[in-house]
Each structure stands twice: as structure tokens, then as C-alpha cells.
Design a protein around this ligand. Structure first.
Ligand code: NAD
Length: 256
């Protein structure tokens, strides 16, 4: 059980981040949700998790594209035993046409934010003698695809940073690991299915198997519950010697 532990999950008002927050709360952790927005719905998500799982849950607005705000998020939360660096965006374009502002934003949100939050969270973990850093990388942290230069660079970068943090904390009860999902059925991905069905005159199942999941040998999406369950496992005592590594949840993508 994770009761008595506090988790901060960046980029957690939807998709994988929200799924991880829910699974950590189910395991008893208090959670701090985050995104760059500050809406009633954001705060209602935290209230819903608190009621459903009987933990303390709050929402903290902070823009993960800005270094100071990343560090402020950790300070505002007060305690951070479990740090989940999940916030991320994507942009697809050939490298010679890749917009410079998109490159900068992807490197900042998908990679540099984890540098700032980790630097801010480690002193507290050390003082309390326990910590978990879990970076949500991607199959694109281990392999590449065309037209995703910034995303692939950021995700490979965060895998490298994960290993460095693991070495710097190796003799303490702190671990740092990266989870590398393949395609996960988040609202973002779900929203693309109807248009693709029309475009190719395919059923939902055909779009998923023959268009979206061509690189995922299982031909099934991973779920946010599976990513959350893996994060929960990495927080357990059974995972205390797992550090500086990647765990793929990709239906065999990186085995190809
Ligand atoms: P999503 O769009 O549902 O979630 C992204 C989250 O990041 C949202 O909560 C969003 O509000 C937040 N975010 C975006 N910009 C932010 C900013 N500047 N500051 C703070 N928060 C910000 O997408 P998702 O699929 O759940 O992605 C979550 C993570 O998982 C990302 O790092 C993504 O690269 C990674 N990932 C996703 C998949 C997939 O197939 N869905 C696969 C591999 C890795």
C-alpha cells in the first residue's frame, strides 16, 4: 500500500497522467494533479479521486514548459515522495519544415520539465529517506519514426536522464525509471478513430489493427490502467532494486 505517500503527476488532467493518478490513489497514495489550465473541471477531477479512493487529492496549476513553474509545482505540493513526469505534447513534420517554436516546446515540456521537477523533488526525498522518480517516456524513447524529430529526441533524452538520476541516487532508497508505452488509447488517440474510419472506409476494428497499430505486434492498445498499474508496481518494495532502466508496455513494438 502507498498510504502515507504523496505523488505528484505532471500533465494529469487527462489520458495516461490521470490514469496513473487514479491507480496510485487506488493504492492509497495522496495525489497532486497538474496541468497548465486552471478550470473547475480540473479541480473536480481531484475532488472525484479524493471521494472515490478516500485519499487526499488536489489540483495544482503549473505550466511544464517553464522551468520556474516546474520547480514551483514541487514547492507548492509540499511533499513529493513519488514524482511522475508525464506531461507531453507531439508535433509531426519533416525536420527541415519543423517549426522552431514546436521544437522548443516539445523539448521543454517532454524533457526539460523532468530535469526541473526532479532537481526540486530530490532533496525532500533524500530528507525523508525514500523516493520514486518515474518518467513517462515512450517506445519513441527507444526507437524512432520519421517526422517526429523533437518527440524522439526528447523521449531518448529523458531515458538518458533517468539513468543518470538512478546513478546519482543509487545508494539511497530512491529509484528512477522510465516507462515506455506503445500506443495507448487516450482521448487524444480515440478522437482520431472516427475520421480515419471515414477516410479509409474502414470499421473501427480495421482502423485500429491496420492503420494505428501496424507497429504494435499485439494489435491492441495499452490502457491507462496498465500504465498506472506498472507505475504502482515501481513504487512497491518488490521494485526497490529496479532502477535506471526502462519498462516497455508496447505489445512487442520494441521486440521487432
Ligand atoms: P494527453 O494529451 O491526454 O495528456 C497530456 C497531458 O499533458 C495533459 O494532461 C495535458 O494537459 C498535459 N500538458 C500538456 N502541456 C502541458 C504543459 N505545458 N504544462 C502542464 N501540462 C501539460 O496525452 P497522453 O497520451 O495521456 O500523454 C501523456 C504522456 O504519455 C506524454 O508524455 C506522451 O508523450 C506519453 N505517451 C503517450 C502515448 C500514447 O499513445 N497515448 C504513447 C507513449 C507515450
Amino acid at each position: 500500500t502507498l498510504s502515507g505517500k504523496t505523488a505528484i503527476i505532471t500533465g494529469s488532467n487527462s489520458g495516461i497522467g490521470l490514469g496513473i493518478a487514479r491507480e496510485l490513489a487506488r493504492a492509497g497514495a495522496d495525489v497532486a494533479l497538474n496541468s497548465f489550465t486552471d478550470s473547475e473541471e480540473d479541480h473536480a477531477l481531484a475532488d472525484g479521486i479524493a471521494k472515490e479512493f478516500g485519499v487526499s487529492a488536489r489540483y495544482i496549476q503549473a505550466d511544464m514548459s517553464k522551468g520556474e513553474q516546474c520547480r514551483k509545482l514541487i514547492a507548492k505540493a509540499g511533499i513529493c515522495d513519488i514524482l511522475i513526469n508525464n506531461a507531453g505534447i507531439q508535433h509531426v513534420a519533416p525536420i527541415e519544415e519543423f517549426p522552431v517554436d514546436k521544437w522548443d516546446a516539445i523539448i521543454a515540456i517532454n524533457m526539460s520539465s523532468a530535469f526541473h521537477t526532479t532537481a526540486a523533488a530530490l532533496p525532500g526525498m533524500r530528507a525523508r529517506g525514500w523516493g520514486r522518480v518515474i518518467n513517462i517516456a515512450s517506445a519513441h524513447g527507444l526507437t524512432a519514426s520519421p517526422y517526429k524529430s523533437a518527440y524522439v529526441a526528447a523521449k531518448h533524452g529523458i531515458v538518458g536522464m533517468t539513468k543518470t538520476v538512478a546513478l546519482e541516487t543509487a545508494e539511497e532508497a530512491i529509484t528512477a525509471n522510465a516507462i515506455c508505452p506503445g500506443y495507448v488509447l487516450t482521448p487524444l488517440v480515440e478522437a482520431q478513430i472516427p475520421d480515419t474510419m471515414k477516410e479509409y472506409d474502414m470499421t473501427r476494428e480495421e482502423v485500429i489493427k491496420n492503420v494505428m497499430l501496424t507497429r504494435q505486434p499485439s494489435r491492441e492498445f495499452a490502457t491507462v490502467e496498465q500504465i498506472g498499474g506498472t507505475a504502482t508496481f515501481l513504487c512497491s518494495d518488490a521494485a526497490a532494486q529496479i532502477t535506471g532502466t526502462t519498462i516497455s508496455i508496447d505489445g512487442g513494438w520494441t521486440a521487432l
